[in-house]
Design a protein around this ligand. Structure first.
Ligand code: ADP
Ligand code: MG
Length: 693
């Protein structure tokens, strides 16, 4: 395989554009991509023709506008290039079809921002994300807006948030005499996932309908030996990963790292970072390809945040930074951060933003699936805090306490073997327990769920940091001594937002009460986390930065709650079906067989001991009755919920439905442990986690 040659072979990237477009058109397009210059629509026809020729040469017959509606997934509708020409056909893509598509969008969620009688939605080309050919279709990345201009997707607000931070960051840079054309945020999302056997998956109704196991007793060997993390890849997994890499590379996804994760059957892939909107598209494509390639190998890729209880769930680490078109990373502290006022000001802005808007940042990663990771019993707490590491932490401490900072040498490391080389040590140690950790020249936001659309948290991050930049720039522009004035702002802001900094163990039992003392938010589930998005202050920041209108911000929060409510409802209905149609009958049959056995033994001789059978019969019969009571209780609760009343419905799901589902699960998992495996109707955790070799 020739990787450099195949990399991006399915992408209409810079090199292809240069080769296929007339020079003037190429230049105009690049100006839009690189410095955000408004696209001159007169070039669209020429770009469309070149794109179509290139796509046809790659075997494409169709094109689609590719967008990310508020379902969080991607959407596509394929149109053929064909156009009748006498009794023949020609392949054609007009400038208009490239730029705009109309789609009857009434079936996509809009949170009330678009009345159904005005069901027109428009998809509009996003020239900053490259088009690509996949499975015979040219994919054109687009934004999705309504007839009246409201955004109906995740892409448009993401681009707006990138514009906001670009504008405000340039003002900050200018204070320090730095001019550049563009500041872009960059993202590298690390993706965790599970791989299980397709055959086992097919027999689990819960996995098929909800993506996670709603029941399942723990397997005797979980992750306690810690031998899976970075362990040798199983042959089938290795083949899957190799195939996935090839596929991703052809679409220009710079898949870089792959390894086993902590839990059995859990793995991770990390790409090299890129500009945020491209990173989002590529992550969506990555998740799609993971599922498809897995199928080719007789496997199922589970992207749910918590497919299995009792072992780790899956997340996504959103590595985030900002860079100028000239290559300056705004979060690079350089060798002496204490002297780097620009860096410290940027750092202070991020810290301020994360503290002021911890509520919406938390809400941006809230989902039914992620509730099992954040704030649940075995996972990190749902509290946002910032980790800076020893060096930066000490520097910030000294500023806050008004003390002199004595730089600690970063030094060199040695493994203590004379032959081994000396290596330069990293400036920050790893802290795996912080939700928002500074890692050298970027922040790593670790609260994202594995199936999340990474747009959501990045829209929030970009917006809130842009807002902090704006406040700083308003205050500092026109100051005579920028260094001194900026240092005063840095000291003030770090003092004001010191409570959000936490450099110790975020999983330790002391953190939660300590965070409460500091007044930090701790919203443990989606129903409790999302309503902060309705608060005036939180709507205000989006409106100020031109990312959402008030109506859009509120519509989005409603959709998120609605989606949560629907998911819990589906899970509850699925669990009810499984209990009523499979579990109770199976257990009852097994009890009947045991009863028959007892009767047979007794008939032979009533002194034959039957205590074992009698014991199991009693336990299972009691459990079945208990389960029936819980089923009735759950059905009652579900019957009382009015799905259209978004806030009360989500509250009822979180605080009434989920607890009863938990109770049911406890009873069922107890039954599984004492029911003959011949009778148990579903593959067990052992089958699910250990079938792939
Ligand atoms: P770590 O060792 O801290 O996990 P890595 O260098 O392995 O850091 O990077 C982890 C992820 O962070 C990768 O996806 C990488 O591309 C991404 N990353 C690195 N630098 C940046 C940056 N400036 N902006 C965004 N993401 C970045
Ligand atoms: Mg990492």
């Amino acid at each position: 395989m020739n990787l450099p040659q195949m990399f991006g072979e399915n992408v209409f990237n810079d090199a292809v554009q240069k080769e296929t477009l007339p020079k003037e058109v190429y230049k105009a397009l690049r100006a839009t991509i690189e410095s955000g210059k408004q696209l001159d629509v007169s070039i669209a026809g020429s770009v469309a023709a070149a794109m179509k020729d290139w796509a046809v040469s790659k075997g494409a017959t169709h094109y689609t506008h590719w967008f990310q509606p508020l379902t969080g997934l991607t959407a596509e509708k394929h149109d053929c290039f064909l156009e009748p020409d006498g009794d023949r056909v020609i392949m054609r893509l007009t400038g208009k079809s490239l730029i705009v598509g109309e789609s009857d969008a009434s079936s996509f969620p809009s949170g009330g921002s678009r009345a159904t009688f005005m069901a027109r939605g428009y998809t509009a080309w996003d020239p900053t994300s490259p088009a690509f050919v996949k499975e015979g279709t040219l994919y054109i990345p687009t934004v999705f807006v309504s007839y009246t201009g409201e955004t109906l997707d995740k892409k448009a607000p993401l681009l707006r948030s990138m514009n906001a931070i670009d504008k405000q960051a340039k003002r900050i840079l200018k204070l320090f005499g730095i001019n550049c054309k563009k500041v872009a945020t960059t993202v590298g999302p690390e993706q965790e996932y599970f791989l299980i056997s397709e055959e086992m998956y097919e027999r689990r109704k819960d996995l098929r309908l909800t993506g996670r196991t709603l029941i399942g007793a723990p397997v005797s060997r979980g992750q306690e030996l810690e031998d899976q993390y970075y362990g040798v890849l199983k042959p089938r997994v290795a083949e899957f990963m190799a195939d996935l890499d090839k596929e991703l590379w052809s679409y220009g996804v710079p898949s870089k790292t792959k390894h086993n994760e902590v839990a059995p059957a859990q793995h991770e892939m990390a790409p090299v970072f890129s500009i945020t909107n491209t990173a989002v598209d590529m992550n969506m494509l990555t998740m799609e390809m993971m599922r498809k390639v897995a199928k080719r190998h007789g496997l199922i890729c589970l992207l749910h945040e918590k497919p299995f209880r009792g072992i780790n769930g899956s997340g996504k680490h959103n590595n985030w930074s900002m860079s100028t078109d000239t290559g300056l990373n705004l979060l690079d502290p350089g060798p002496s951060p204490e002297k780097n006022t620009l860096f410290m000001l940027v750092l202070a802005a991020v810290i301020k933003a994360v503290d002021d808007y911890q509520g919406i940042l938390r809400a941006s990663v809230a989902s039914a699936g992620n509730d099992h990771r954040l704030g649940a019993n075995e996972a990190p707490p749902a509290i946002i805090s910032v980790y800076l590491g020893d060096h930066l932490g000490a520097l910030v401490d000294s500023i806050v306490n008004g003390e002199d900072y004595v730089p600690q040498g970063i030094g060199e490391g040695s493994i203590g073997v004379p032959e081994s080389p000396i290596f330069p040590k990293d400036a920050t140690d790893r802290n795996r327990t912080s939700p928002f950790a500074f890692t050298g020249n970027k922040f790593e936001f670790r609260m994202l769920g594995s199936q999340a659309n990474v747009s959501d948290p990045n829209i929030v991050l970009n917006t809130i940091v842009a807002d902090a930049f704006e406040q700083f720039a308003d205050e500092l522009e026109g100051c005579k001594d920028i260094e001194e004035a900026a240092r005063a702002v840095i000291a003030r802001e770090l003092k004001d937002h010191y409570r959000i900094i936490f450099n110790l163990d975020g999983y330790g039992p002391e953190w939660e009460p300590e965070a409460m003392r500091r007044g930090l938010l701790n919203n443990k589930n989606t129903a409790d986390a999302v309503p902060v998005c309705f608060e005036e202050k939180n709507v205000g920041v989006f409106v100020r930065q031109g990312v959402y209108t008030k109506a859009e911000a509120i519509a989005r929060a409603n959709i998120q709650l609605e989606n949560y409510t629907k998911i819990i409802n589906i899970e509850a209905l699925t669990l009810l079906e499984m209990a009523k149609q499979d579990i109770i009958p199976a257990v009852s049959d097994y009890v009947a067989e045991l009863c028959t056995n007892v009767a047979a033994k007794q008939a032979v001789n009533d002194s034959i001991p039957c205590n074992t059978e009698r014991n199991i019969i009693m336990q299972l019969a009691e459990a079945n009755d208990k389960l029936s009571v819980l089923i009735a209780k759950l059905e009652d609760i579900l019957g009382s919920i009015v799905m259209e009343e978004v806030v009360p419905a989500s509250q009822a799901m979180a605080h009434k439905v989920v607890p009863v589902m938990e109770e049911m699960r406890t009873v069922i998992d107890g039954m599984e442990k004492i029911t003959s495996s011949e009778y148990w109707p579903y593959p067990t955790y052992f089958d699910l986690l250990y079938s792939v070799k």
